[in-house]
Design a protein around this ligand. Structure first.
Ligand code: 26V
Length: 803
């Protein structure tokens, strides 16, 4: 049906009529989108079946990537590109006077994630399929993804997100493969032929119904599966209010990250985690048994990866299956479990490390808790053997301590590999945050620097640049992102740089239109587009960026000789609904925007835009249009960052601290091709360990800082006298935990360099070209090839490129 545009049209029109009972003329864009989506999914199905059959009959080892988040964004455009049918469809639709772009725009983002961690999972799925690796995702089919953000009077307001409202063309409900997951109840002890055995009884059961989404590789017939679990009532209990049971059950897959400020919310989150893990593990084991008839070789044929600690209950759940159902000995079960599971750590921030109070955990998951206790007991015995009488060390490393279950400790003990997500992050884990564990298990720790799929973030998001690359170095880069290196030899080529500049301008014009439509703000498309898009968090220091804008505003007002290249500062960020401070920063950005944008003296030079509802589809327009990439976290705090890579791949220059993957960007592109500033992670650590930082000193000695901080509380922003006091207090009264004032002067200097560098366009686009040329290293194809070889030990059904 996609062999030529005529046959496409015929099927499309017929299907549209049959599905909606409408003529083409009566159909809406929504109808057309779903018709096309369903056609594409049907087109994929034969390869999907073939991939599944081949993977079964080849007895190839399978990977399952368990993640509480998958931030897929839209699927239609990427699937058309990967399948190589975009042109036929575009042409076919054009004849019917329909624009493919308009149809693509109607698709709701699958926003089943928060930020980097969830988007990484989505990039990994694309690379797995494109490299012909047998790797599948397991997640939850949240009815509502991450909230929709509205900005009302400068404040963030959250609304429930509704991605499933019009249905989802990509998913296939497989009710026959449903699984029961049990909560609450008791553990029964019984004799199994004289051996003490356990089973979970009197539980309350929830039905996990799988919805499968095909994951299409680029220019290959491999179609892997993303399996999302939906929570539904199993059999209705007799002893309980039926409506209450239904409500409680459906709540499990209703929201991504339910509010956990109250105990009920905490229980719900733990329920979600076990729901994902138990349904996935039972389903993996069932498929394995069908092929091999035993679980004894599970670790040879299955690798299970846990994305952060959210799915860490996979460890005790697999133990439960192997002990209680398969009747293996503890030692055999433990061997299989630890050889099957591997774990990625995504943060060193202690407030983000998961801990569950026993009084919540034990009643909800009684058998799982028993197994965790046993794992802890045996681990502590091993520790005692190695570190006799070192009570403090053993207490610090224990999985259960102070009435809490420490999920990261369980993850390390129960996995054969533990990885950080950038070199500096892994080093910090080894030397500091997880030092005790690294000393005990040195062979487990390994680095896997993150990556992004160049097929979405370059090929799909930036067709203008893709065409220029194809014309300049050919299209080898699409299959082998390292081929982007060939661009190095064009970095001095005047003609190429003119073209690159033109492409950037086209992307900036597109974003300017988007901004005009969304915010009503007219920006100067020739100005420097300086962008910070990421979750709002104190350590990411959006505040440093805003304080710098306030400083520039003050300079422009005070000194008529002060000139800068016109700049548009663009922000996009969602704040966690309960994160009071982060919401203040959003309001501050909007308040600064109001003052700066409406001042006739400064507005020709300075514009500030806060983009509402930052999400994957909007991100595609943002990364591609940026000149400057803001990666300004307090050194040591950002595990990797992946936005930094998306900017680089699209030719933006980085203003950044030596943190996360910025360090490796500097390694490959050279420090002279970016703008590095600020404290190093060692310096931050030194302050943390020895003290010696006093933010007041910076306030008193730097007039620029003094002035902007005073403006936070002196009514400079209309009607906001006490609104920003918490920000002021965090910087001065609480001694500026994130060293914003400490790095201010150095940041201003880096920004002055940006200003100068942009004046020399020839040099600027040379640097830009070199960034693109070196970005191949940050393709998730490289990352996934490393995971495949060094962690999962899986092979591609076809040749994998070696890096
Ligand atoms: C979560 C929370 C929740 C409670 C409040 C504080 C806080 C701080 C950080 C987090 C992040 C949790 C894990 C996470 O999303 N990490 C991100 O993972 C990305 C993919 O590896 C990586 O690029 C980012 O640097 C890292 O922050």
């Amino acid at each position: 049906m996609f062999s030529n545009k005529e046959s496409f049209q015929k099927v499309f029109l017929k299907k549209l009529e049959m599905t909606y009972g409408k003529s083409f003329k009566e159909s809406t864009v929504q109808d057309q989108y779903h018709t096309l989506g369903n056609m594409v999914r049907e087109y994929i199905s034969s390869d999907w079946i073939a991939t599944n059959e081949a993977q079964r009959s080849n007895h190839s080892k399978q990977v399952y990537y368990l993640s509480i988040e998958f931030l897929l964004g839209r699927l239609l455009g990427q699937n058309l590109l990967n399948l190589g049918i975009k042109e036929v469809v575009e042409e076919g639709l054009k004849d019917l006077n329909i624009s493919l772009e308009e149809i693509e725009e109607i698709e709701a983002d699958a926003g089943l994630g928060n930020g980097g961690l969830g988007r990484l999972a989505a990039c990994f799925l694309d690379s797995l399929a494109s490299l012909n690796l047998p790797g599948h995702g397991c997640g939850i089919r949240y009815k509502h993804g991450l909230f929709d953000q509205k900005i009302v009077d400068g404040f963030q307001v959250e609304l429930p997100e509704q991605w499933l409202r019009h249905g989802n063309s990509w998913e296939v409900r497989k009710v026959d493969q449903s699984i029961e997951v049990n909560f609450w109840g008791d553990v029964e002890y019984y004799s199994d032929n004289g051996k003490l055995a356990f089973r979970h009884i009197n539980g309350e059961s929830i039905l996990a119904v799988p919805y499968d989404i095909p994951v299409v590789g680029y220019d290959t017939t491999t179609v892997n599966t993303l399996r999302l679990w939906n929570a539904e009532p199993a059999s209705f209990p007799v002893h309980k209010d039926v409506m209450q049971y239904k409500r409680e059950t459906e709540a499990v897959s209703e929201f991504l990250y339910p509010d956990d400020t109250h105990e009920d919310g905490k229980i719900l989150r733990l329920k979600q985690q076990y729901f994902l893990v138990s349904a996935s593990l039972q389903s993996i084991v069932r498929s394995h048994r069908i092929v091999y008839g035993t679980l004894a070789n599970l670790h040879e044929k299955v690798a299970i990866h846990i994305n952060d600690t959210h799915p860490v209950l996979a460890i005790p759940e697999l133990m439960r299956i192997l002990l209680d159902e398969e009747k293996l000995s503890w030692d055999d079960a433990w061997h299989i479990t630890t050889q099957t599971i591997s774990y990625t750590n995504h943060t060193t921030l202690s407030e983000a490390l998961e801990k569950w109070p026993i009084h919540l955990f034990k009643p909800l998951l009684p058998r799982i808790y028993m197994i965790v206790e046993e794992i802890n007991q045996r681990f502590c015995e091993e520790l005692w053997k190695r570190y006799p009488y070192q009570w403090k060390r053993i207490e610090d490393m224990a999985i259960i301590a102070h009435d809490m279950v420490k999920m990261a400790h369980l993850a390390i003990v129960g996995s054969h590999k533990v990885n950080g997500v950038a070199k500096i992050h892994t080093d910090i884990l080894k030397k500091r945050e997880m030092k005790n564990f690294f000393d005990f298990y040195p062979q487990k720790f390994i680095n896997k620097t993150n990556g992004i799929t160049h097929r979405r973030w370059l090929l799909k998001a930036n067709p203008e640049l893709s065409i220029l690359l194809n014309e300049t170095i050919g299209d080898e880069w699409v299959k082998n992102p390292y081929a982007l290196k060939q661009l190095e030899s064009y970095a001095q080529d005047k003609n190429f740089k003119d073209q690159l500049k033109k492409v950037k301008q086209q992307r900036k014009d597109i974003l300017s239109e988007v901004i005009k439509k969304q915010t009503g703000i007219e920006i100067n498309p020739q100005s420097i587009f300086d962008v910070q898009v990421k979750r709002l968090h104190a350590y990411k220091r959006q505040l440093l960026n805003v304080l710098h804008i306030m400083y520039l505003y003050n300079r422009l007002k005070e000194d008529s000789n002060f000139k800068i290249v016109p700049r548009t500062f663009i922000f996009g960020a969602k704040a966690s609904p309960g994160y009071y401070y982060a919401k203040k920063v959003i309001k501050l950005i909007n308040s600064v925007a109001d003052v700066v944008n409406s001042d006739p003296v400064t507005s020709p030079f300075l514009k500030v835009v806060f983009l509402e509802n930052y999400r994957v589809s909007l991100a595609e327009d943002v990364f591609t249009a940026a000149d400057v990439s803001e990666q300004i976290s307090t050194a040591s705090k950002e595990a990797s960052g992946t936005g930094n890579m998306k900017f680089m791949m699209n030719g933006a220059l980085t203003v950044g601290t030596m943190d996360g993957a910025n360090v490796e960007i500097a390694e490959v592109v050279g420090e002279n091709n970016m703008f590095i500033f600020g404290l190093s992670s060692e310096e931050v650590l030194h302050y943390q360990q020895n003290g010696g930082y006093r933010s007041f000193d910076y306030y008193h000695h730097d007039q620029r800082i003094k002035k902007v901080l005073e403006q936070l509380t002196n009514g400079f922003f209309k009607n906001t006298y006490d609104l920003f006091e918490p920000i002021y207090d965090s910087l001065l009264m609480q001694n500026d935990e994130y060293y914003v004032l400490r790095d201010f002067a150095s940041y201003v200097q880096a920004q002055e360099k940006v200003n100068q560098a942009y004046g020399d366009k020839d040099k600027w686009f040379e640097m830009s070209a070199l960034n693109i040329a070196q970005s191949g290293y940050f393709s998730s194809d490289r990352t996934i090839s490393e995971y495949a070889k060094e962690i999962w030990e899986i092979n591609s059904s076809k040749q994998i490129l070696s890096y």
